[in-house]
Design a protein around this ligand. Sequence first.
Ligand SMILES: *Cc1c(COP(=O)(O)O)cnc(C)c1O
Length: 428
Amino acid sequence: MSAAFEVSNANWFERAKAVIPGGVNSPVRSFRSVGGTPYFVASAEGAHVIDVEGRRYIDYVQSYGASILGHAHPKVIEAIRAAALDGTTFGAPTEREVLLAEAIVGRIGGVDQVRLVSSGTEAVMSALRLARGATGRAKIVKFAGHYHGHSDSLLAAGGSGVANQGLSGSAGVPDAAVADTVVAPFNVVPALDADTAVVVVEPVAANMGLVEPEPGFLAALRAECDRVGALLLFDEVITGFRLAHGGAEEWSGVRPDLWCFGKVIGGGLPVGAFAGSRDVMAHLAPLGPVYQAGTLSGNPLATAAGLAALAELDRGAYEQLCTTAARLADGLAAAISSAGLAVQVPRVGPLVGLFFTDAPVRNFDDANAAAQNGRYAPFFHAMLRRGVALAPGAYEAIFPSLAHTDAIIDETVAAAEVAAAEVAAALD
Ligand SMILES: *Cc1c(COP(=O)(O)O)cnc(C)c1O
């Protein structure tokens, strides 16, 4: 670049677009659905990110839930630094892989064994192969609006960026790859048949905004899986170690056969995991015939960061997260509705959602109607101008962290009052 390069979000975005498709390494980061130029993060601390122009934002993206302690937590940073000094990858087993697996086994009822991978996508993709290998069946059932990473067979009717970009699935996925994928509406128990290997569900849907399972839904889904001998997979890449100390199993009382984790368990570094009973996991190589592998799986830095994060997440931490989330949800609902805008701010434990609509959102159709009514984008920008960063898409959840103090929540709510009034005024 020439010496004349001036540091700004816009200039970095231009440079990015020249060498990275769309300027981003994950489509959810682009501002395509809200318009405008993404801010380029230079650094972050606690509840805040700071962009390359020096602007500070209260951050509710928090790496889509990966940073539950807030950014650059000193204990996580120290753990990574210490681990790095011992070497970053070996291709041989290490102590911290065992400790992280033990931490997961120790907290999630029903999990006997864990296999670590490097992303949520990889975890779900591998768990599906395991489910198919263990049952000898091909068919998988997923729910509309649930996101399970970007593997071929699961993009159909995906939430998050798939929905955000207005896609029903993806080009480049051959019909054969989805021939055994059945998509069902969330919150209705599908009638399964004996060809079904596995039903994959986000136990609390957090990739089409936030949609709670209706009372009894997960238990009834468990019973329907048992009736036909299908496995039940909880994709807990968001809810794991966030919804509650013991995740969705503790929260719902329903025990799946397989679990997937990601985001929180990496402490901000790339980690995913899939887990299950000893019997199911015994189908995996090297014990069994289901192959799965990874050069960087169980990476020393990533396991160090994950262990440091989990060490902070005691029961008190979840109480604090719930209290913070309630303050935020109540505040946002009051601020936005007082401006005369129809709004729903669902909250499930520490997770918060935001829909500009009158009626509760129960499934993907409801979520689409709310996401596509044109309210989210102007509200997003009005908040961003006031130093509050929500996700640049209407299908994402809001992720308050342990670093979001009451004062920061109150600052957010005050911004929302003005932002909502501005959006309402532009409608008149
Ligand atoms: C984020 C997410 C994934 C994919 O994880 P990546 O690390 O982005 O590959 C899968 N399932 C759910 C529920 C997620 O929220």
